[in-house]
Design a protein. Structure first.
Lengths: 75, 169
């Protein structure tokens, strides 16, 4: 998937992946896509909840070998 | 839609209990909430300029796992069940426990209190210190972060009365 900015939140724990994602989203424009890498298992539910509450669209969630990849489109 | 609001009363001044108010406040702010934290009694410790000295006490805290943050996996898995009577007799026990906790926090990619508090401030979370307890404990305004507000219960309710979520920690 194409993306405009990448955030490496691997090794960080709650709530840092969400806080960093919020900051990274503020650095892209509406409609642009942020790719987020995380190793926090809690971040799967958290990013879904974050998207639902902020109106940013979670395009996809994937897991491979303990790493999670999210693509989020800015509202 | 109106902005959602969160009010928190932070009453604990130990390293472990410093986390919930700052985690919830920073996350709520990231979700678009307007957030205020009212710091009272021991919670005032969280507003000190330097929070690196916060400690956690395993004494009389049976819910706290006592595990080592280093060594092989089998060693890290041991729960060091040390009786209260011994904990209370060993000088520096709390300091050692606090250092080990800080190591565990770092190893797990959990933010420091100093950093989380900074993230709250960046996100415009408003900090209010309870003036009554500042005086009660003999603190000075200069002990605390610059730019915070001082107020009493009525100040808290002014914002809390309008909130969607209100927590006592």
């Amino acid at each position: 998937m194409n993306f405009d900015k990448e955030l490496d939140a691997r090794g960080l724990n709650c709530p840092l992946p969400i806080l960093r994602a919020k900051k990274s989203l503020s650095e892209v424009t509406s409609g642009q896509v942020l790719k987020i890498l995380s190793t926090d298992p809690g971040s799967v539910k958290d990013f879904a909840a974050f998207a639902k509450q902020t109106g940013n669209e979670l395009l996809s969630t994937a897991e491979a070998a303990g790493e999670y990849t999210f693509f989020m489109k800015k509202k | 839609m109106d902005t959602k609001k969160l009010a928190i009363i932070a009453t604990k001044g130990t390293l472990d209990w410093a986390y919930p108010p700052f985690i919830l406040a920073s996350t709520a702010a990231a979700l678009g909430y307007e957030v205020q934290i009212f710091f009272t009694f021991y919670g005032l410790q969280l507003l000190k300029k330097d929070v690196s000295g916060l400690k956690v006490s395993p004494l009389g805290n049976p819910g706290m796992p006592m595990k080592m943050p280093f060594g092989p996996k089998w060693f890290k898995g041991i729960n060091w069940n040390i009786p209260n009577a011994i904990q209370s007799l060993v000088p520096g026990y709390e300091n050692v426990a606090s250092s080990l906790m800080k190591m565990t926090i770092k190893n797990n990619g959990v933010a420091t209190i100093h950093d989380l508090r900074g993230l709250c401030m960046e996100a415009d979370v408003k900090f209010i210190a309870c003036q009554m307890t500042v005086e009660l404990f003999g603190f000075e305004h200069s002990d605390f972060l610059d730019g915070i507000e001082y107020g009493g219960a009525a100040t808290f309710f002014e914002f809390a009365g309008e909130t969607d979520i209100c927590l006592f920690i």
